[in-house]
Design a protein around this ligand. Structure first.
Ligand SMILES: [Zn+2]
Length: 193
């Protein structure tokens, strides 16, 4: 709160805008554990917020709920049922996630994406020897994978899983292309590219 107060202390109340509040909250919320603001301009705000929450392990995985004292019938992964549902598992080692990472690796023709968990994937992105434009696109696609996994997982848990996991990769390709096209009108790329 100090930061929020500090942020607004230099402004008169007349300048107190919704955007100002949003920017101040983003400044705090989107500061990851490295103390660096991580923000992809190629994906929607809600996706950046999810990524921030993933990186500091503040999402409602079953193990996080158990650790908070929430009484749930099982702490196993709702997608594979083979392991405790941790952040690292659901976004990395789970069979659903690892299949997606394998397909993304082949699609983008990049080195295998680490399955240990989200932080290792961020380190992997930062160490890639590619142009900044390409790195930004790869990062956005990886965020799209996380978004899709979490959305799919929540559908399975709360909505009896109407979506088919076989279509997840196709959805990721379509979704990431649409996000890119909407946000990068100056650097258009064709569907084939
Ligand atoms: Zn699993």
């Amino acid at each position: 709160m100090k930061k929020i107060n500090g942020y607004f202390s230099n402004q008169s109340m007349k300048e107190f805008t919704v955007k100002g509040i949003r920017d101040a909250i983003d400044e705090i919320l989107l500061t990851n554990i490295y103390g660096v603001t991580r923000w992809s301009k190629l994906v929607p705000r809600k996706v950046n917020v999810l990524v921030w929450r993933i990186l500091i392990n503040r999402i409602s995985t079953r193990i996080n709920l158990v650790n908070k004292g929430v009484d749930i019938p099982s702490s196993l992964c709702p997608l594979c049922g083979n392991s405790i549902e941790t952040c690292n598992h659901i976004f990395g080692q789970c069979a659903v996630a690892s299949r997606l990472w394998s397909l993304v690796t082949k699609w983008l023709q990049i080195a295998p994406i680490p399955l240990q968990g989200p932080i290792d994937i961020i380190i992997y992105i930062d160490n890639m020897h590619v142009s900044k434009d390409k790195k930004d696109i790869i990062e956005a696609i990886i965020y799209c994978v996380w978004w899709s996994i979490w959305k799919y997982r929540n559908e399975e848990v709360f909505n009896n899983g109407k979506n088919r996991k076989e279509f997840l990769f196709d959805l990721i390709v379509t979704q990431s292309y649409m996000w890119y096209s909407c946000r990068c009108k100056k650097k258009r790329i064709s569907w084939v590219e």
